[in-house]
Design a protein around this ligand. Sequence first.
Ligand code: WTA
Length: 678
Amino acid sequence: MNLIHFLNKMLQICNQITQELFMSEVNTIESTLQENRLFEPSKGFVSNSPMNADALASLYQKAEEDYEGFWGDLARKEIAWVKPFTKTLDESNAPKFTWFEDGELNVSYNCIDRHLVSSQHKTAIIFEGERGDTRYITYGELAEEVNKFANALRAQGVGKGDRVVIYMPMIPEAVFAMQACARIGAIHSVVFGGFSAEALGDRIEDTQAKVVVTADGGYRAGRIVKLKENVDKALANRCDSVKKVIVLNRTDNDVIWQEGRDIWWHEAVANMPTECKPMVMKAEDPLFILYTSGSTGKPKGIQHSSAGYLLGSIMTMKWVFDVRPEHDIYWCTADVGWITGHSYVAYGPLAVGATMLMYEGAPTVPDAGRFWKIIEDHKVTTFYTAPTAIRALMKSGDDYPNRYDLSSLRLLGTVGEPINPEAWMWYHNVIGYENCPIVDTWWQTETGMNMIAPIPSVTPTKPGSCTRPLPGIMAAIVDEEGHEITQPNQGGYLVIKKPWPAMLRTVWGDDARYKETYFSLFGNDMYIAGDNARRDEDGYIWIMGRVDDVLNVSGHRLGTMEIESALVAHPKVAEAAIVGRPHDIKGESVMAFVVPKGNRPVQGDDTQLIQELRDWVADQIGPIAKPDVIRFSDNLPKTRSGKIMRRLLRQIAKGEAINQDTSTLENEDIIKQLQGKA
Ligand code: WTA
């Protein structure tokens, strides 16, 4: 073996170990193992970018010296205000912060109307359906569609502050509906089309929505997802707040119709004027609610503001995605049901007047080359996706990407979970032709915008690190007492020490939960992200996973409590515990330990019950929450005080040796049952 091969092998081993560290759940960790490869921004990229090291340094300096002035200046410059604000940040009611409070604006005006003078005929959205249908929608057409739908919503009785739930496929109408809500000041709450009727119903109830916007179906992985059917189920016997259901005909799928309640989209917009005056909104008026999982209770309705949120999307489109609206084709693969699909599909790209691509379906239809074909066909320049997709496509082999010309790409991005260095290298070499910077963006539903990420023309990248906080984002890593950790590579809580414009404003209808979840541990000045992180010698941040009982399955947040509650609601389940189990592609997968009522089915005879429970969880929450593995036991292991020994369960899930005291267990056999050996 020559020296290069030997070194490569060693690197691979180091990578594997680093990868395992990501999965580690320890709160504090002293790590000496790191990824040391450093990738400078490519020369071509640097010379074309408006951002350079000096400009970036002065942004950091300004944010350090005059925090409010920093954000205030950007807000004045980047947003079209109806009425300018006079006060930038109000902290008097901390941790309920307000930004630009007396300013007035309309977010949809900022995303659409202000581009019409110069860009009416420019493509705003390139759409590709899973079956290959394509649409090109100009800014002028986008304006018409959004205005008409905004008028249609008004005609159905929706006004300022009313909630509209959107349960749609990944098609342009989903964006029209979101923008239309913003236009008339209604608050949208998009529910991911993969969530079940039950989960949809919970969200509709919580928002008390007046209208639900959906489609007869959507194409996904070669099948039709029956969205309207799920809406009907969700509304059966509950959700009295809903007066109308607007249904887009996407698939010509048969639907059951409820006269008086259901209206076809095309009929609702048929006679509507193509102009709808944008409602003048206060900066702090809620723009949307988006549900996400936490460690306790039901999913939280994260409430975002109008102006602060908009500013966050605009700044990150510029800083992180180096957007050049004149020639970029920007493609973020996230579904609009997640925050990434809000900030980097429905709002950010439009707010900066770029051309963006939307793809309806699965990455593997008709084969694992679909993404690469779309990039070639539409000359995509900027591609933003999740590590789980990269890992899955990497596994399909290099043949697929090699069939296509990906040379239009100039920037790649990832989001949602830590990316393992192996997948990063593949993305860099095989997709980016070693020429595209990779922006690994750390952020959350709550933060509204990318928070920690490289500036692609300036920051050298390291595979697996999201690098440094963006200008104006005061991220830190603190110990249990809230003291900043200064030694390198010492893990701790990731916190944000100052409010930022795009931050969540509250949990919908529940200020107490907002304060308790994000500000109870270290006081009103420190937002707790719920992630564990470390900083290396160069000040680069490495995210090490959640500190709470939240799983990250294929980049999606799932609360263990939520799945446990779903399971114990099943008539045959007495008790359940959920833990994460490392998974090659998904990052983490769901594993369930279940105590059944009555007799425990013995191994081999349990397949039927396992299937029943998996289907049940899919019904209660959605297919993404289905446990991959279910093990039955007579009891769950508990401490003397009656707490489930989760660490032990996690060790079992990982197939690790058990190094815990199990003497409290009444029945030592239980360990064997949990391990699937009895
Ligand atoms: C994780 C997604 C490592 C993290 C935008 C966070 C990441 C949670 C990264 C938020 C990243 C997100 N590297 N981990 N680049 N991005 N995460 O609310 O644990 O769906 O707290 O928002 O995903 O998930 P959410």
